[in-house]
Ligand binder design. Structure first.
Ligand code: SAM
Length: 217
């Protein structure tokens, strides 16, 4: 997926990935990260996710990275917030405490010289095609401090239309990608059968959401 793919999705409002509710796994599993109030949480490929408000409600500062300025603007506008905007390295930093959203390519994040003790990935890894995933994991390993924890939410499905996101990333692949640098623990698997619209539409026979805790070695 190149940048244009995502810019076009936001320009034409084809953002079916955006949830109007807080992610169930975030609400039920975040405590496993042990991240206390005041901990800054890295949210890669954040879109305009409302999950960032939930994290802020737990007392966290949020550091989100998002390619699309439309998404970043939408996040603040829909929350009725007026951020300050400054250039910071390869990014435009939109700030309205406790939200720091960096508009630009997440793969340039190291330039900011920051590290994090906690991160939340919902629909970031699964937005990336297979060829980009190892680079994403390398970057996450460099951005997360030793002992730091990531709550990772992936999808697994058997859709034949797996040329565009959301890509299926199952437990075996998560372990293969992360296990050399993170301890990987599967916390939960929500199995969705015909109640999922894509299964009901005959696009796939299952559509599961998996939640992992990754602990940086
Ligand atoms: C599937 S969406 C998920 C958004 C969000 N995590 C959520 O749960 O709603 C993936 C997002 O990643 C953004 N994105 C894709 N590649 C990116 C990159 N290299 N750097 C920053 N953001 C990127 C897209 O614009 C899109 O908003």
């Amino acid at each position: 997926m190149d940048a244009n793919f995502w810019h076009q999705r936001w320009q034409s409002s084809r953002i079916g990935f955006h949830q109007s509710d807080i992610n169930l796994h975030l609400r039920t599993c975040w405590h496993h990260t042990g991240a206390g109030p005041g901990t800054e949480v890295l949210v890669p490929l954040c879109g305009k996710s409302l999950d960032m408000h939930w994290l802020a409600e737990q007392g966290h500062t949020v550091a989100g990275f998002e390619l699309s300025p439309l998404a970043v603007a939408g996040f603040f506008e829909e929350a009725g917030l007026t951020p300050e905007r400054t250039a910071e390295g390869a990014f435009e930093h939109w700030l309205c405490a406790p939200y720091h959203l960096y508009a630009g390519d997440f793969f340039a994040a190291e330039q900011l010289g920051r590290q994090f003790n906690a991160a939340y990935d919902r629909a970031a890894l699964i937005a990336l095609p297979p060829a980009m995933r190892a680079d994403y994991v390398d970057l996450m390993a460099r951005l997360i401090t030793s002992g730091g924890r990531v709550l990772l939410v992936t999808l697994n499905h058997d859709s034949a239309k797996d040329q565009t996101p959301p890509f299926a990333v199952d437990e075996t692949e998560v372990r293969t990608l992360f296990e050399s640098r993170f301890e990987v623990s599967l916390l939960d698997r929500q199995q969705q059968g015909r109640q999922h619209p894509r299964v009901a539409a005959g696009d796939c026979t299952f559509f599961d959401e998996l939640c992992f805790l990754l602990t940086r070695r």
